[in-house]
Design a binder for this molecule. Structure first.
Ligand SMILES: *Cc1c(COP(=O)(O)O)cnc(C)c1O
Length: 341
């Protein structure tokens, strides 16, 4: 990434870009298309909405936290009114509730679900949810796996996922700046008939330049270089081992947090991406995390929206080791000892 920039209309860039796309197919577990966009994860979410849908389309958004609400807001920005199936923060999508909503709403074009909701640290059972969507409807299954991909098991083809969007900066171990979308054959049919406005994120334009080993517009070249290197690590490790490593990191974090802090966990269906922990009422969570960052150089995330100051979120996705987790827990322990829930 720190090397001098190369031009993006060259064979050298074309080779690097192609390796990223092929390695992303490996990570996504798909033989289908993978498209790359220069944007953060939210751009990937928007790309799915604008490329798959048309004005007036009926959709369902399953919301388990801040990122489900973001899917709803993207819909609204493009004049769509999704049926929103919300769950209490900290809980996962209840499969039978989705089945009921599909039975009550015929002709749904697409169902939008987070793989992991990073605001709560919950993982959704995408395999089961996708099966229910296909049993009950012809709807497309659209998954936001911005934080889930690589940290949690995901089988794009085997689970019948039509569009899975992700970003470079979480499980993919890169700096922020790239979004990816997998697009199934069924999803391409929807793209062909989609009438929502789009330009920068137009899947058809992106597919057309992919054939020339290019992107339609100038990509974030240094971030592509970083992604190519990070994906080589995942290739060498293999996805099963990568998922197992995240199982172990999550188990290690939870054991340490339980033994050293003994505070309640936030999520009822905890993901491998992070562990959310409720802070005692007497503790100012915002100050606690700011102190740890300033005094120890360790960045631990706080709560979002109504959870601000009330929980912390210890990450264990991507380029993180057991000793990183141990350092984070030690910094928390030092400051929380004696504080009771
Ligand atoms: C981080 C994240 C996003 C996208 O966030 P950006 O800041 O736009 O990269 C979307 N969904 C989930 C679940 C996320 O964790």
């Amino acid at each position: 990434m720190s090397k001098p920039l190369i031009h993006h209309r060259t064979a050298e860039f074309g080779r690097m870009f192609t390796s990223v796309i092929e390695d992303m197919q490996f990570v996504y577990r798909t033989k289908g298309s993978v498209l790359m966009m220069t944007a953060s994860g939210t751009g990937g979410m928007e790309s799915a909405v604008v490329n798959l849908l048309s004005p007036g389309d009926l959709t369902i958004v399953c919301s388990t936290g801040a990122f489900g609400d973001r899917f709803v807001n993207i819909h609204k920005a493009f004049g769509l009114k999704p049926v929103v199936l919300s769950f209490e923060w900290g809980t996962a999508v209840e499969p039978e509730a989705l089945r009921k909503t599909l039975k009550e709403n015929k002709g749904v074009k697409a169902v939008f679900i987070q793989h992991t909701d990073t605001s709560t640290g919950v993982v959704n059972d995408i395999q089961t949810l996708s099966k229910i969507v296909h049993e009950e409807s012809d709807a497309l299954v659209v998954v936001d796996s911005v934080s889930g991909l690589a940290a949690e098991r995901l089988e794009t083809d085997a689970w019948g996922l039509d569009c899975v969007v992700t970003g470079s900066q979480k499980g993919l171990m890169n700096a922020p700046g790239l979004a990816f979308a997998s697009v199934s054959e069924r999803a391409w049919k929807a793209v062909e008939s989609s009438k929502l406005p789009k330009f920068n994120f137009d899947f058809k334009l992106i597919r057309k330049s992919l054939a020339d080993k290019e992107t339609p517009w100038t990509p974030a070249i240094s971030i592509v270089a970083g992604q190519a290197a990070a994906l080589k690590l995942l290739r060498a490790e293999g996805m099963e081992n990568c998922w197992k490593r995240h199982d172990e990191l999550a188990a290690h974090a939870r054991k340490l947090l339980k033994d050293k802090l003994g505070l309640p966990f936030y999520a009822k269906n905890p993901a491998n991406i992070l562990t959310g922990v409720k802070l005692p009422e007497s503790v100012d969570g915002t100050k606690l995390l700011a102190d740890i960052l300033k005094e120890e150089g360790i960045s631990i995330a706080g709560g979002q929206l109504h959870l601000k100051g009330k929980i912390f979120r210890l990450a264990h996705m991507g380029f993180i080791t057991k000793s990183d987790i141990e350092a984070g827990v030690a910094a928390l322990e030092k400051r929380l000892v004696g504080a009771k829930a």
